[in-house]
Design a protein. Structure first.
Length: 134
């Protein structure tokens, strides 16, 4: 191998590391944001109505949040499965917003679902780059 190959490999490693870190930061930030919203809504419901059964849309949001958290935690070890989980989270939020949200579906998904799609795409791109042989 020549000296140019070493520089290409280092650039590829540098790029994949940056992609992974960007995806982790995006994922953790939006998961904390969404989790804070869910906890705030649950506390509000609890204080206003007491203990009641969880509605279907709330239960689905909790399930989507668990998948998102699993994708974020998994991103520290595996790129491909975590990227897939984050893309599934984005699609799940899109379906949930499309079914249960009242107005401005695209804007609501852009705030909640698009960051997961971006993080998932970054992780899948990093996985693809790390598999390349130079």
């Amino acid at each position: 191998r020549g000296l140019g190959d070493v520089y290409k490999r280092q650039d590829n490693n540098y790029l994949t590391r940056r992609m992974r870190w960007a995806a982790r930061v995006i994922c953790l930030a939006i998961t904390v944001f969404g989790g804070t919203m869910l906890i705030g809504e649950a506390v509000s419901e609890l204080l206003s109505q007491g203990f009641v059964t969880i509605p279907l849309e709330g239960a689905l949001l909790v399930l989507i949040g668990i998948v998102a958290l699993a994708g974020c935690v998994l991103s520290w070890w595996r790129d491909r499965p975590s990227g897939i989980l984050l893309v599934i989270t984005s699609a799940g939020l899109g379906a949930h917003i499309g079914i249960f949200a009242g107005h401005n579906h695209v804007m609501a998904w852009a705030i909640l679902g698009l960051p997961y799609l971006a993080a998932g795409a970054l992780l899948l791109g990093a996985w693809q780059l790390s598999r390349r042989k130079e």
